[in-house]
Structures are given as structure tokens and as C-alpha cells.
Design a protein around this ligand. Structure first.
Ligand code: GBH
Length: 447
């Protein structure tokens, strides 16, 4: 094994979470229901028939959780705000008790000198807006911009960054394309229209927040992968090219080039989105940072059944291929195609079937996963990709969407019966890894 790579002195080391997955307190202090609250009411939607009513009870235990982050020596934390907590109907009245929770959280982070990176939307649309059509309704994009403006006004001086969306690809395709996620719609045409409204809402929110001139960096978080053909056949290579166009380029091109990728548009045919004049200009505006979430590559085969990837590094408990070099390849491909702002790796991590034994969780596979992805990240940076920080997904085991609590992504184990947190070996390893990076920095400064 090679030595750990050296990251820049000001590189941010963090962990990430999202509101619905950890907060619980689903109806406390005036919070309105979100589409995920509703989605969980149908037990057939969630593998273990669970819900987000309590989750990790982070709403009440945020202090302990911030202390855990601090105890690991991390200086950065990425989390999301539950829109329905601060605006129960998604429009109209603000809920001061909801904002007060995020103020308490920010106070706790300040106290420990942990920089806050806030995401406005991690999939939990207020149900009241869903009742009016949700993301399929163009009006939702405008309500989102109102919400963004209010959050930036209140917190734009307190947080290091504000991301509009987390993984709009998922909201569109899993929420509206195949009904795996809330609101549980399965209709390809809707999914494509929703993706346009999400991008529009991003642009409108950017405009609204820019006007306030806040110090927070403003941007968006996209899930991304490389798309590799299963074989050298033309059919497989075409599949891979189309997959990349419909996922990565579908969201990147509008933001950085002001238009949708031609190949994907043609493939969508009469399912292509309705675009109003001016929309693309709203979407294409400068962002201060790009968040990239990387978990695995897309492996594309025209065969039926499709070939699966040769998983030389193994698969995770989600069945996802472990493919670290895909992160290098992805970042280099992005750099080659776009004029990029600084990048944050806003999510990377894996699920494993962790066992708590004698107060210890030996999750070696996760350690190897993170170590190898950090090496892959360093390789891209050595080749000129500007990356400012890395957020491990996730701080805690949490509600893994339609997998419920059956999948554990945390570097901290949660016993849901008692809410007891236990550091996994990976947490201690990550602490030491980041500490080592800091020691190298001090050496550099001393010299
Ligand atoms: C992230 O999404 C989320 O931001 C986070 O909330 C979540 O907990 C974490 O990852 C772990 O899942 O094409 O139907 O086979 C991960 C993004 C999820 C995107 C799986 C692609 C494949 C679904 N990916 N998905 S499908």
C-alpha cells in the first residue's frame, strides 16, 4: 500500500448528513409534513416498513452529535434544512420554532469552530406543495426561491456555503421516474419535466440569494458517475454515452453551458421538457462551488439481462460496485468538458453490515473504501482538478430512504432502540487520517 497522499493545507475535512435521515421530530414545534413523511405512511414503500418519525433523534441530540464531530477533530459539517420545518406549507408563514432549531445547531457548531455547509433541499418537499403538483408544477420553483432567499437572509452570514439542491437527478428519476422515492410517481415524461423545474428552481434561488450579497458560497450538489461500456461493442458504447448525457450532462450542461445535451434531448423525443423563454439564462449563472457526490460508476450494457461490472474491489452492502478510480476519471472528465468552479466532494461513503461486538465495530471495508477514494481524489487533484474539501457520507447510521434503517452508512453506529452512538473503527481511522494531514500542514508552516 502506498503512503497517504498529501492534501492542501486549507483542505476541508468533514462529514455529511441530511435532515429527514437524522432529525426525527417529524411533527414537533410546528413542522409541517413532507413528502417523505407521507411516503413512509405506505409501508410497502420502505423495505423495513420504517419511517422518519424518530430517526436518529438528532433534533434533540444535535449537541451530542456536534460533540462527536468535534471529538473526531473535523472542522466541517454538511447538513440539510427541512423546508417544512421552517415553512410548514412551503409558502406563506415562517415557523420561528423551526428556524430556532437551526440556530441552536449553528451555535453548537460555532462553539466548536466547525464550518457549516447547508443544503436547502435534500428531497423533503413540504407535502402542502406536493398537493399543488409538487415539482411537476412550475410554481414550486418560485416558492423554492422564496425559501432560499429567507434562509440566506437569516443564515448567509453564518454558514460557509449554501447548496440549493442535493442530487436533483434522484428527485427527478427516483421520485418521478420509477417511484422508488417520494412522491412515488413512475412516469418518464414527468421525471424529465421535474428535472427542468428543479434546475429552474436552482437558478431562481441563486438569483434571489445573490441579491443579498451574503458571504456564504453558493452552489449546487450533483450526484455523478462515469459511464463505462460493458464491452467494446458499439451498442454498449452508445449506451454509456447516452447514460452520461442523461445523468451527468443533463444537469451540468444547463448550468455551465446554458442548454441541455443534444443527445439526451433527441433521446427524450416528445418527453423533452417544456422550457419557457429565458429559463436557460436563469439556470446558467455563476456558481461559487460545485458539490460532487460520488458512490460508484454506471456500467452500461445493451444486453438483456445487462452485464454486471467486474467488481474487483468488491461490492457494498447496497450491492454497489466499489470503484475508486471512477472518482479520478469523473473529475478529469468534468475538468476536460467544463469551466469548473472549485469542487467539494460533498458525499462519498458506503453501507456495510456492521456488527456491534463488545462495544466495537470493525468496519475495515469502509476504511479501505474511504482510503482508496481519497487516494483517487488526490490523483485527480495532482492532475489539476481544484477540490476544496471532502465530506464522508455519513456521520451517523440513519434512515436510508427506501431501505429504511436496514442499511448503515455511518462512521458512527446508532442503536435505534436506545439511540446510543458508538464510534466505528472507521471514525477513529478518519480522525487519525485527518489529524495526520494537519500534522503535515504544521510541518509545512514550521519550515
Ligand atoms: C446519496 O444518494 C444521498 O444524497 C444520500 O441521502 C444517501 O443516503 C446516500 O447517497 C446513500 O444512498 O438507478 O435506481 O439503481 C446516492 C445516489 C443512489 C444515486 C442510488 C443512484 C441508484 C438507483 N445514488 N442510485 S437506481
Amino acid at each position: 500500500m502506498t503512503h497517504a497522499p498529501h492534501f492542501p493545507a486549507d483542505f476541508a475535512w468533514g462529514v455529511a448528513t441530511s435532515a429527514f435521515q437524522i432529525e426525527g421530530a417529524a411533527y414537533e414545534d410546528g413542522k409541517g409534513p413532507s413528502i417523505w413523511d407521507k411516503f413512509c405512511e405506505d409501508p410497502t414503500n420502505i423495505k423495513d416498513q420504517s419511517d422518519g418519525l424518530i430517526a436518529c433523534d438528532h433534533y434533540h441530540r444535535y449537541r451530542e452529535d456536534v460533540e462527536i464531530i468535534a471529538s473526531l477533530g473535523l472542522d466541517t459539517y454538511r447538513f440539510s434544512m427541512a423546508w417544512a420545518r421552517v415553512q410548514p406549507e412551503g409558502k406563506g408563514a415562517w415557523n420561528e420554532a423551526g428556524f430556532a432549531f437551526y440556530e441552536r445547531l449553528l451555535d453548537a457548531l460555532d462553539e466548536k469552530k466547525i464550518a457549516a455547509h447547508l443544503t436547502l433541499y435534500h428531497w423533503d418537499l413540504p407535502q402542502a406543495l406536493q398537493d399543488e403538483g409538487g415539482w411537476l408544477a412550475r410554481s414550486t420553483a418560485y416558492y423554492f426561491a422564496d425559501y432560499a432567499r429567507e434562509v440566506a437572509r437569516r443564515f448567509g452570514h453564518r454558514v460557509a456555503s449554501i447548496a440549493t439542491h442535493n442530487e436533483p437527478w434522484c428527485t427527478a428519476n427516483l421520485g418521478h421516474g420509477n417511484a422508488q422515492f417520494a412522491p412515488g410517481v413512475a412516469d418518464a415524461k414527468s421525471a424529465i419535466q421535474v428535472s427542468h423545474h428543479l434546475l429552474l428552481s436552482h437558478g431562481l434561488a441563486m438569483t434571489a440569494m445573490r441579491e443579498l450579497n451574503v458571504p456564504a458560497q453558493l452552489g449546487i450538489v450533483l450526484n455523478q458517475w462515469t459511464a463505462d461500456p460493458a464491452t467494446d461493442s458499439q451498442a454498449d458504447r452508445d449506451m454509456a454515452e447516452l447514460e452520461y448525457a442523461c445523468s451527468v450532462q443533463w444537469f451540468m450542461d444547463p448550468i455551465f453551458k446554458g442548454h441541455y445535451p443534444e443527445l439526451a434531448l433527441r433521446a427524450h423525443g416528445d418527453k423533452a421538457p417544456i422550457i419557457y423563454p429565458g429559463d436557460m439564462q436563469v439556470i446558467q449563472q455563476k456558481i461559487d462551488f460545485l458539490g460532487v457526490n460520488y458512490y460508484f460508476r454506471a456500467f452500461c450494457s445493451a444486453e438483456n439481462p445487462p452485464r454486471s461490472a467486474p467488481a474487483v474491489h468488491g461490492v457494498t452492502d447496497m450491492g454497489w460496485e466499489i470503484y475508486p478510480q471512477g472518482l479520478t476519471e469523473l473529475l478529469l472528465a468534468l475538468k476536460a468538458e467544463y469551466t469548473l468552479p472549485p469542487i467539494y466532494i460533498t458525499e462519498n461513503g458506503m453501507a456495510s453490515a456492521d456488527q456491534l461486538e463488545h462495544g466495537k465495530i470493525a468496519d475495515e471495508q469502509r476504511i479501505a473504501y474511504v482510503r482508496d477514494h481519497l487516494s483517487a481524489l488526490a490523483a485527480a487533484m495532482e492532475q489539476g482538478v481544484e477540490v476544496r474539501g471532502y465530506f464522508l457520507w455519513s456521520l451517523l447510521d440513519n434512515f436510508e430512504w427506501n431501505s429504511g434503517y436496514s442499511k448503515r452508512f455511518g462512521i458512527v453506529h446508532v442503536d435505534y432502540a436506545t439511540q446510543k452512538r458508538t464510534l466505528k473503527d472507521s471514525a477513529l481511522w478518519y480522525r487519525d487520517y485527518c489529524q495526520q494531514q494537519r500534522d503535515v500542514k504544521q510541518l509545512r508552516v514550521a519550515r
